[in-house]
Design a protein around this ligand. Structure first.
Ligand SMILES: [Zn+2]
Length: 438
C-alpha cells in the first residue's frame, strides 16, 4: 500500500499544470508620489544579462520618488536550466495559452500584474542575437538581429501616457550610447510593426501590454557580447534612462561601471534554511558539501538574492544563482528539534552569545558553552573519549581542513543535537592566515 501511494504522488507532481519555481515580485516603493515602472526579467532562461541586471537593481537600488516593481526571474524553471524555455517559448504564450500548459499559472499571474492600473510603463528584458542595424553590414550586424536594441511594436499608442514609444526609445538610446565599450555596441531603435508585419510577436508580452494601452518596450542586449558584466551594465544603464525619463528618482551605493558590476555579480548572496536554522554565505561555498543536515521531503529556504533556487536532483540538492551552479549538497537527513535558539561561546577569549544560524568570525579560537542535554559536534574535529565538543578551546589547526565548507577552507560547521534530533548550527570562520599576516 505504501509503495502505491508513493507512485501516485510522483505521478501527481509530474502532471501538475504549473512550473516548479514561481517568479518573485519585488516592489520598491518610495512612498512619494510618482510614476511606476515595471521591469520584467528572465522571460527566456538562457539570457543572463536580462535577469542578473534586474537582480542587482532589486538588491541594491533605492527608489527616492515614484516606484519600481521588479520581476527578475519570470521564467525561473528555465533560468536554472539555462534553457530558452523548458515548456516552450514563454514569450509566445500571451495571445493564447491552454490551461494545461506548464506556464499557464505564470502567464496568468504576470498578465494580471502587467494590467495593474498603477503600472505606467513596462520593460521586458532580453539578450538577443547579433547587433541590430537598419542596414545589413554582415551576418551579425543587420536588420534581422535583435541585440543592442530598444524594441517597440508600433510607433505610438495614441492617447496613452508615455504612448510616444518611438520618441521615448530614441531618447533612451541617446542616453545609453554616451558610454559604450565598443562602437559596435551602439543601441538602435527596432520597430517590429507587430500588428501588420510580425505574426510571431503578436503573441509576445509587450504586444499584449500595448493592446491594453500599456506602454511596453523590450531592451535587448547582445548575446554576442560574452562578458556578462557588460550586458548587465547596458541593461542597467538603459533602465536608468527610462527612470530618468519617468522622473523616478533613485540612488545606488556604487558607481555604474564594469568593475563594480563584476564585483557585485561575484556575490551570490546569503541562503537561509529556517527549519534547520542554517545560514550560508553562498559566494564562499565549496562546490560540494557532504553531511549537510536537511529535513526530508520538505524544503523551505529564503535568500537576499531572488535568483537563488535550491533544487532537489536525485539524492542531492543543487544551489543555483540564476544559471550558475553554486554548490551541491549531499543531505544528511535528520529529524528536527526546535528548542534551541541561542547559544553561548567564548570567542578569542571574549564571552558572546550567538543566534542559531549565525555566521561567526574568529581570529584564533572558539569554545562553545556546554548545554545540558544537548550534543555539540564541530564537524572535522575529534578528541578521543569526547562525545560532546562543548567546553573545549578549538583552533583552526585542530580541525581537519577538508571538512571546511568554503573554498578557502577556513569555515566550519558547529552542529547541535538533542538525542538524535538536529537543533541547528552556526558556522565559525577563521580569519584568513594570509590576511592576518598583512
Ligand atoms: Zn529573449
Amino acid at each position: 500500500m505504501k509503495k502505491r501511494l508513493a507512485t501516485l504522488l510522483l505521478l501527481l507532481s509530474t502532471c501538475a499544470f504549473s512550473a516548479n519555481l514561481h517568479y518573485s515580485l519585488i516592489k520598491k516603493e518610495s512612498g512619494k508620489e510618482g510614476h511606476t515602472l515595471l521591469i520584467v526579467g528572465g522571460i527566456h532562461g538562457d539570457e543572463p544579462g536580462a535577469y542578473f541586471a534586474p537582480m542587482l537593481l532589486a538588491k541594491h537600488y533605492k527608489i527616492e520618488s515614484g516606484n519600481v516593481w521588479v520581476v527578475p526571474n519570470l521564467n525561473f524553471d528555465s533560468i536554472v536550466k539555462n534553457s530558452r524555455g523548458s515548456y516552450g517559448d514563454m514569450n509566445r504564450k500571451f495571445a493564447k495559452i491552454e490551461s494545461k500548459d506548464k506556464d499557464f499559472e505564470i502567464i496568468t499571474d504576470i498578465k494580471k500584474l502587467l494590467l495593474t492600473p498603477k503600472v505606467d510603463l513596462i520593460l521586458n528584458l532580453h539578450d538577443g542575437k547579433g547587433f541590430y542595424r537598419e542596414q545589413t553590414i554582415n551576418k551579425d550586424v543587420n536588420p534581422k538581429a535583435w541585440g543592442q536594441a530598444t524594441v517597440i511594436d508600433q510607433q505610438q499608442i495614441s492617447g496613452a501616457k508615455f504612448g510616444n514609444l518611438a520618441e521615448i526609445a530614441k531618447k533612451v538610446n541617446k542616453g545609453t550610447n554616451v558610454e559604450l565599450f565598443e562602437d559596435l555596441h551602439e543601441f538602435n531603435l527596432k520597430n517590429t510593426n507587430t500588428k501588420t508585419q510580425d505574426k510571431e510577436m503578436q503573441q509576445s508580452l509587450t504586444y499584449f501590454a500595448i493592446q491594453n494601452n500599456k506602454p511596453a518596450f523590450a531592451i535587448e542586449t547582445s548575446k554576442n557580447i560574452t562578458d556578462l558584466s557588460q550586458k548587465v551594465f547596458y541593461q542597467l544603464k538603459t533602465i536608468e534612462e527610462f527612470m530618468n525619463l519617468m522622473n523616478i528618482k533613485f540612488t545606488r551605493p556604487f558607481e555604474l561601471n564594469q568593475t563594480t558590476i563584476k564585483k557585485l555579480l561575484e556575490d551570490d548572496g546569503i541562503l537561509e534554511i529556517p527549519p534547520t536554522k542554517i545560514t550560508l554565505d553562498l559566494s564562499t561555498l565549496k562546490p560540494y558539501i557532504k553531511f549537510f543536515p536537511m529535513e526530508k521531503d520538505k524544503l523551505i529556504y529564503k535568500s537576499n538574492n531572488p535568483l537563488v533556487a535550491v533544487i532537489k536532483e536525485k539524492d542531492e540538492y543543487k544551489i543555483m544563482n540564476g544559471n550558475i551552479l553554486v554548490s551541491k549538497l549531499k543531505p544528511d537527513y535528520a529529524e528536527l528539534d526546535n528548542s534551541l535558539n541561542e547559544i553561548g561561546l567564548n570567542l578569542d577569549g571574549k564571552k558572546i552569545s550567538a543566534k542559531m544560524g549565525a555566521m561567526v568570525n574568529a581570529k584564533n579560537s572558539f569554545q562553545i558553552d556546554p548545554i545540558n542535554g544537548y550534543r555539540i559536534n564541530v564537524i572535522g574535529y575529534s578528541k578521543a573519549g569526547v562525545v560532546s565538543e562543548g567546553g573545549l578551546k578549538i583552533e583552526a589547526k585542530d580541525i581537519v581542513k577538508s571538512y571546511a565548507i568554503d573554498k578557502a577552507e577556513t569555515t566550519y560547521m558547529v552542529q547541535f543535537y538533542k538525542d538524535k534530533k538536529f537543533c541547528g548550527m552556526i558556522t565559525i570562520k577563521f580569519e584568513d592566515d594570509k590576511k592576518a599576516k598583512k
